[in-house]
Every structure is written in C-alpha cells, then in structure tokens.
Design a protein around this ligand. Structure first.
Ligand SMILES: Nc1ncnc2c1ncn2[C@@H]1O[C@H](COP(=O)(O)OP(=O)(O)OP(=O)(O)O)[C@@H](O)[C@H]1O
Ligand SMILES: [Mg+2]
Length: 113
C-alpha cells in the first residue's frame, strides 16, 4: 500500500476565472488542511463546481495559483495532480445496458471501440 498518496494541504491563492463577461471566481483564497473534511456551500451558480474543476485540473483558471502540498499545480494536467473528482453531471451512456457498459469498461466487448 506504499503507493497510496498521502493527504496534502490544498492552497487556493487569489484564483479568478471568467466565462466571457461573467466573473465566476473573483480572487478566491482558501486553505484546506491535509485530511480535513471540507465542503463548499453556496447558491446554484455561485461557482462551487467551477472551483472544484479548477482544483482537479478539468477547468481553467485565469489568475492566481493552486498548490497541492508544496507543488504549484496551476498548470498541470489532471492526471498529474492525483486529485479524484466525481462529476455532478455523470455520463452514464443511457443508450447502453449495465451489462454492455461492464463489457466496455472491462475490455471484453470487441464490438465497441
Ligand atoms: N462551461 C461554461 N461556460 C459558460 N459558463 C459556465 C460554464 N460552466 C459554468 N458556467 C457558469 O458559471 C457559473 C458557476 O457555475 P457552477 O456550475 O460552478 O455553479 P455551482 O455553484 O456548482 O452551481 P450548482 O449548485 O447548480 O451546481 C454559472 O453562472 C454557470 O452558468
Ligand atoms: Mg455544481
């Protein structure tokens, strides 16, 4: 089990982001301790998912920095950040049965490429 990543602090420093003329994140500063149970609360459209995507690397930032542990990950792709994320709008492939999906994920259905 030695390859499991240890919890790290997350530091969000003056992060900003806009979609066109809409400023969604305006100089957000946040420190989350390693192992802390932390929740973003806010009205719909306030930017919770946008900030979470920025931390995981699935969305851009237009200013500021995001640090995980001592590492500045602001410009790292998601697969180099070691952050797990469950998307709010999941992609369940509604046209497929559960059996079909299992086959695709396990690589046992040769008809799906
Ligand atoms: N890809 C995008 N392009 C343009 N605008 C976007 C995009 N993603 C989010 N937005 C806008 O950014 C704002 C923040 O959206 P976000 O999804 O982060 O809110 P939220 O706090 O997670 O809301 P909810 O509680 O409904 O999940 C909203 O005004 C939304 O319309
Ligand atoms: Mg959301």
């Amino acid at each position: 089990m030695s390859n499991i990543t240890q919890p790290q602090n997350i530091r969000i420093e003056n992060v900003s982001l806009n979609f066109g003329s809409t400023e969604v994140l305006k100089g957000v500063n946040l420190d989350i301790e390693a192992g802390e149970f932390f929740a973003f609360l806010g009205p719909s459209g306030s930017g919770k998912s946008t900030l979470l995507r920025a931390v995981a690397g699935f969305g851009p930032t237009h200013g500021g920095r995001i640090l995980i542990g001592d590492q500045d990950v602001t410009h790292l792709p998601p697969w180099k950040r070691k952050v797990g994320m469950v998307f709010q709008n999941y992609a369940l492939w509604p046209h497929m049965t559960v059996r079909k999906k299992r086959c695709v994920w396990s690589g046992t259905d040769e008809s799906i490429k």
